[in-house]
Design a protein around this ligand. Structure first.
Ligand code: ADP
Ligand code: MG
Length: 290
């Protein structure tokens, strides 16, 4: 009877927006007691808009944006899209750029007119002893805004705050996970204050912030060592090792191909709520087999 049950469950899964890539992990899904979520693009829409700016040195807002957008134009990160869209809404011209380099989980850099131009995370700026106005930064972060900095020849030139939208479906998913006694954990490369702000609105139980891409898989392992059976949900290149490491790796369909290739299950409609169907269908399918 097993093959029949499985083919029925494949059809049911598809109806619930799920693509099952690995059967043994799908079977394991009925034992999950913690779900780890990447923030950007998974719990949030991953569509950033520029909300606030501050400029330093001699650059004005447009100069900061055109420099930042020039280097971000070669990046696929949602932050990059937000900055490039703002520059194009202001009809700004981009510069010539060379030596583009992406530093995963930190930012990007390139050369414009012989100057070294970076758009980087607050963590990078703090580590390199570049001073900025903590009050403004803290206020933006508390509002849940992601802040990146334009650094030209090691000098701070601008701060750009961007806001993303929380998925309503993320809140509903977490509430339902709690009803089923499943823990909801956030794992993000973004700043701690932003992460806490988003987590609080969604009802997340635990937050790991400012986690570099190569540390995400280790964090998953740490959580497993507590005796939890863990599903990891993510969309980015930086989530791929963590998806592989988790007992069940779940990729968001709208995310990168690398994330999908590393996942056991794909959320075809990019709706976090479909995670709930994974648990129920796994139970229904495999409890029938034993
Ligand atoms: P997440 O876990 O939320 O998907 P990432 O690991 O992709 O986050 O990025 C972590 C942080 O690194 C971002 O919040 C940002 O500060 C910085 N960053 C990453 N990519 C870029 C980029 N293209 N431009 C500017 N900053 C970036
Ligand atoms: Mg992400």
């Amino acid at each position: 009877a097993a093959p029949l049950v499985i083919s029925v469950s494949t059809a049911l899964s598809a109806k619930h927006g799920l693509l099952i890539r690995n059967r043994p992990q799908f079977e394991q899904a009925r034992n999950i007691n913690a779900v780890i979520f990447d923030k950007t693009g998974t719990l949030t829409e991953g569509a950033f808009g520029v909300t606030d700016m501050e400029t330093f040195s001699s650059m004005d807002e447009d100069a900061v944006l055109s420099y930042a957008a020039t280097v971000e134009n070669d990046s696929e990160h949602p932050i990059a899209t937000g900055i490039v869209d703002e520059a194009s809404a202001r009809n700004l011209e981009l510069h010539e750029m060379s030596d583009f380099n992406s530093i995963t989980g930190v930012g990007i850099e390139g050369k414009i007119e012989g100057r070294n131009v970076k758009v980087v995370s607050p963590g990078y700026v703090a580590e390199h002893d570049i001073n900025f106005d903590d009050a403004r930064f803290n206020e933006w972060s508390r509002q849940g805004k992601t802040v990146v900095f334009l650094v030209v020849d090691e000098e701070l030139s601008g701060a750009i705050a961007l806001a993303d939208k929380i998925k309503e479906s993320a809140k509903e998913t977490v509430a339902e996970l709690h009803k089923r006694n499943i823990k909801a954990i956030m794992l993000t490369g973004d700043n701690r204050k932003v992460a806490d702000h988003v987590a609080e609105q969604i009802g997340i139980d635990e937050v790991y912030a400012e986690v570099l891409p190569d540390q995400k898989a280790d964090k998953v392992a740490e959580i497993q060592e507590r005796g939890l059976v863990v599903a990891m949900t993510g969309d980015g290149i930086n989530d791929a090792p963590a998806l592989t490491r988790a007992d069940v790796g779940i990729a968001v369909g709208a995310g990168t191909d690398i994330a999908m290739d590393s996942a056991d299950i794909v959320l075809v409609d990019s709706n976090p709520k479909d995670i709930l169907a994974i648990f129920s269908l796994s139970k229904k399918t495999y409890n029938k087999l034993v």
